[in-house]
Write a protein that binds this ligand. Structure first.
Ligand SMILES: C[S@@+](CC[C@H](N)C(=O)[O-])C[C@H]1O[C@@H](n2cnc3c(N)ncnc32)[C@H](O)[C@@H]1O
Length: 354
């Protein structure tokens, strides 16, 4: 390799090896409350003021702010000879708690739980199993007991998941025309965010969110619904929660089942068991809408989905799959006419009919 090739190669290697530092800048800046502070103050702030308001050191705050500028999270200008900082568009949209598209809990979850599991990626590859025992000292024979090991953890997980739908939910739920489906059951529907979006997009439908009892309790107690009282009442009429175990309990009858980021948690055998139950409870002419990241046919991309799949290794019992693998699982359960849409973003919609 010539010296230009060596330099280019080294640059790529260096970027990969230091990639975790970029993530940590994002995690720390969110965690310290930098973006929220800058959103709350009408004027840009200098580093000394940010440090004083957040109770952080001058030594650490300046370099962190300047690194956020290089990452295009913050903007900087000079006022009376002093650098002052404000949020850039990316931070204002996604990293400020009050933004409708805010992803603060998703970032918090990645920076705490996911990051710790990933420090054991090598062990996960060696052993072929998730790493809750190493990262948190908890047994993972019951996957969601490990995931929900504290109530704070459960709330953060559910909030992080729901934030993603504020960005991607609408285009996934409109990738197919779901108007014909009047009763919808969102299996493993978590906080109910996707079900609420579904009834708002399809005014004639009602939705049942089925999830395990502690999640249903959390969803009822912790998650706000419509923005006004009327919206809340209307949603309460059209979105109901049901506590249950989708592997063991009979599923409610429905025209359409939603399975969003559920199948990727489980082995093929568990997915087949779940889909067989869905098929039994699905009305004739109904269907199932699977929302997941989908791997390329040869499994060699896209990179984001490959990384999601490794994440499934360190955090679940499952994996990301190709469209052919989803089709096979759906057809083996009895579903037909499998159709696929990728409306952009990391998730795809796969609709199959009974
Ligand atoms: C990865 S989360 C996806 C949540 C939601 N569908 C979303 O995409 O935001 C998986 C969901 O399945 C639920 N779940 C796991 N095991 C379950 C079971 N045996 N019965 C019912 N729900 C279950 C979890 O509580 C969680 O809400």
């Amino acid at each position: 390799m010539d010296s230009a090739g060596l330099d280019a190669g080294y640059e790529v290697l260096s970027e990969y090896a230091h990639g975790f530092m970029v993530s940590q800048v994002l995690f720390a800046a969110c965690d310290l409350g930098i973006f929220d502070l800058l959103a709350e103050t009408p004027e840009p702030l200098d580093a000394a003021t940010v440090a004083a308001r957040l109770g952080t050191s001058a030594r650490g705050t300046g370099p962190l702010l300047d690194t956020c500028v290089s990452l295009k999270l913050l903007t900087v200008r000079t006022r009376a000879g002093v650098a002052v900082y404000s949020n850039g568009p990316l931070a204002s949209t996604y990293l400020v708690s009050s933004s409708p598209y805010g992803q603060r809990h998703m970032v918090q979850y990645l920076g705490s739980t996911t990051y710790r599991c990933w420090t054991h990626l090598g062990d996960a590859v060696r052993e072929g199993r998730n790493q809750y025992h190493r990262a948190f000292g908890v047994a993972a024979d019951q996957l969601f007991s490990a995931i929900y090991r504290t109530s704070a953890e459960r709330v953060c997980f559910l909030r992080g998941l729901q934030e993603v739908w504020a960005v991607h939910g609408r285009r996934l739920l409109t990738a197919f025309d779901l108007t014909p489906f009047r009763t919808v059951c969102d299996l493993g529907g978590g906080s109910g965010a996707l079900a609420r979006l579904c009834v708002s997009l399809y005014p004639a439908c009602t939705a049942t969110v089925l999830d395990i009892p502690e999640v249903v309790d959390t969803a009822r107690m912790e998650f706000s619904r419509g923005e006004t009282e009327e919206e809340e009442e209307e949603e309460d009429d059209r979105v109901s929660f049901r506590a249950g175990d989708f592997f063991r309990d009979p599923l409610p009858e429905a025209d359409l089942f939603l399975l969003a980021r559920v199948l990727h948690d489980w082995t093929d055998a568990r997915c087949s068991q779940l889909l067989a139950g869905v098929f039994r409870s699905c009305r004739a002419g109904g269907g199932v809408l699977v929302i997941e990241g989908v791997l390329d046919a040869d499994g060699r991309g896209p990179l984001t989905t490959q990384l999601f799949s490794l994440n499934m290794l360190v955090q679940t019992e499952g994996q990301e799959r190709t469209l052919a693998q989803y089709t096979q699982l759906l057809e083996a359960a009895g579903f037909r006419r499998v159709a696929h849409r990728h409306p952009g973003g990391p998730y795809h919609a796969v609709l199959a009919r009974k």
